[in-house]
Design a protein around this ligand. Structure first.
Ligand code: AMP
Length: 370
């Protein structure tokens, strides 16, 4: 099950800590990661398939990598493990890397990687995510076992749904029955009406000041590390965001159209300040619970995102967690209304590089790498 931590520690022991290279697949949030790594004084490596991909970075000299590894297929990264290690590379994972490599290949990639790859297992299944988030005190949208008994709107998520395509909203049971494809696996959730906020947190287990996460369960009585709120976004989703212009859900169905939730961009937002204590409570609980997920769990390390809907009762419903940098942090290359309070120009990408730099200085790199 993935690369043994003792191997990672051995590789790191052989690394030249004065010559670390930050490596990233050229997609998702790579501009921000490369730019942040450069600001913190690291060499950078871009990994790409296709010359067109590489060329595009010339438009952003502030992020253009010092070196490129060009591949025919991202899965070739597995064969380059020794080459990466010879260059003291630390890979920064993001959603596209995991998608391009596949979860199993990513866990088996024999290269030191920022964050805890073990958490992927808990993030990758809706059921395990729910166990984790609820253990952390998050309220999630209710699961509907019997749509018959439900009298409000629901959202139906097909198991194979990708990129926000393959969900549908049903107003009531009749609507559900008319539109559902019972040949497919799906889960049904209550449709939560409210405003979406994607909260970008960063957990640094090496820091002993600031907002300390209090351990729970086996970790009770311990401070686990520092929790920071870096930024917040809302996704643009096509076509559901613009749907209303053509009329009601029924009008659309008459035109053979269904809403889709395909992310096309991100907008910066802030929430009411009075909601922040609750946001921290949810994030603290989630981090604390991550240390109790399994025997010897290393817990959350680095950036994570709680994807929430705030209702008109000012309650958060958490519908998902991403346990790594999210593309929603891309509007904040130059900082955010939250991170600016502590230090200007601190993006999530730069914060990752800062964590690596600081743990090199304290000879504790293995505490944030897997
Ligand atoms: P997900 O794939 O879970 O990230 O969901 C994609 C999008 O579907 C979200 O960004 C929301 O716009 C919407 N969504 C997901 N779950 C719910 C829910 N329970 N209630 C309302 N909207 C939801």
């Amino acid at each position: 099950m993935g690369v043994p931590f003792t191997d990672v520690q051995n590789w790191l022991r052989q690394y030249d800590k004065n010559n670390i290279t930050i490596g990233v697949v050229a997609s998702h949030s790579s501009l921000q990661i490369l730019h942040g790594a450069r600001l913190e004084g690291f060499r950078t490596l871009g990994i790409a398939v296709g010359e067109n991909r590489r060329r595009f970075y010339q438009a952003f000299p502030g992020a253009d990598p010092d070196e490129w590894l060009m591949l025919d297929d991202y899965r070739e990264m597995l064969d380059y493990a020794e080459w990466f290690r010879s260059k003291n590379v630390i890979i920064i994972p993001h959603g596209s890397l995991v998608e391009y490599l596949g979860a199993t290949n990513f866990r088996n990639l024999e290269v030191p990687t920022f964050g805890n790859r073990g958490i992927l297992h808990w993030e990758s299944s809706r059921i395990l995510q729910r166990d984790w988030l609820e253990a952390g005190g998050c309220t999630m949208p209710k699961l509907i076992d019997d749509p018959h008994k439900r009298d409000g709107p629901v959202i139906v998520k097909y198991a194979g749904a990708k990129g926000g395509r393959g969900y549908f909203i049903a107003r009531d049971y009749r609507d559900f029955r008319r539109n559902v494809d019972i040949e497919e696996d799906f889960t049904i959730q209550e449709y939560v009406l409210g405003c979406r906020y994607y909260l970008h947190f960063f957990f640094d287990p090496t820091q002993t000041d600031g907002f300390q996460v209090r351990g729970t369960g086996a970790q009770s009585g311990k401070n686990l590390g520092r929790l920071e709120l870096l930024s917040m976004d809302r996704r643009d989703e096509s076509n559901v965001d613009e749907f209303y212009k053509l009329g009601s859900l029924r009008d659309l169905r008459e035109m053979s159209l269904e809403p889709s939730f395909v992310v096309t961009g991100n907008q910066p937002v802030v929430i009411r300040e009075s909601l922040l204590p609750r946001a921290f409570e949810l994030a603290e609980g989630t981090v604390a619970a991550s240390f109790n997920l399994e025997e010897g769990a290393r817990g959350m390390i680095g950036p994570f995102c709680l994807e929430t809907i705030v209702t008109d009762k000012l309650e958060f419903k958490v519908f998902e967690i991403s346990a790594r940098i999210v593309a929603g942090s891309n509007p904040f290359v130059g900082g955010s209304p939250y991170s600016d309070i502590n230090e200007p120009f601190m993006s999530t990408g730069r914060r990752i590089a800062r964590a690596i730099k600081s743990s090199i200085e304290h000879d504790s790199l293995d505490s944030i790498i897997s």
